[in-house]
Design a protein. Structure first.
Length: 142
């Protein structure tokens, strides 16, 4: 019985390693989203954001992919900082749910301010990469 348990644990190590690697890839994709958003990098945003993105801001405003990118380009929204404090990833096949806390600084219509947010991101692996399909954020107490 003891040998069976040890064999089962050893056999599951590659699966656990693959899951950790995939979770790390999702975290890397989330960091790419943050970096591309701050830099207003349209090429990176077009790759990391899914065409059917639903982006719900902490204010309750909702954007699709085109509107999110356009609002960065025309200055309606400007992010000068997005720093992850922590991230947790749960994997469901080609879908991943990331929740975490971030510190951001935004400039919206000339009003600059920091915010401490909790985010939920839904990522889907398609076209050979992780793509953000849903974002929702909630303001946290300072």
């Amino acid at each position: 019985m003891k040998q069976l348990l040890i064999l089962t644990l050893v056999a599951s190590l590659p699966i656990l390693a693959a899951d950790a690697k995939t979770a790390d890839a999702v975290k890397a994709a989330d960091k790419l989203w943050a970096s591309a958003t701050v830099k207003n990098d349209k090429a990176a945003l077009n790759k990391v954001l899914a065409d059917d993105l639903i982006y719900t801001h902490s204010t309750g405003d909702k954007d699709g992919k085109a509107a999110f990118i356009e609002n960065l380009s025309n200055g309606v929204r400007k992010y000068t900082k997005i720093d992850h404090e922590q991230m947790t990833v749960r994997l469901y096949g080609d879908t991943a749910v990331l929740d975490g806390d971030i510190q951001i600084v935004t400039d919206q219509k000339g009003v600059v301010g920091p915010a401490h947010l909790h985010i939920i991101h839904v990522w889907v692996y398609k076209a050979g990469r992780w793509q953000l399909v849903a974002h929702q954020s909630l303001r946290l107490a300072k």
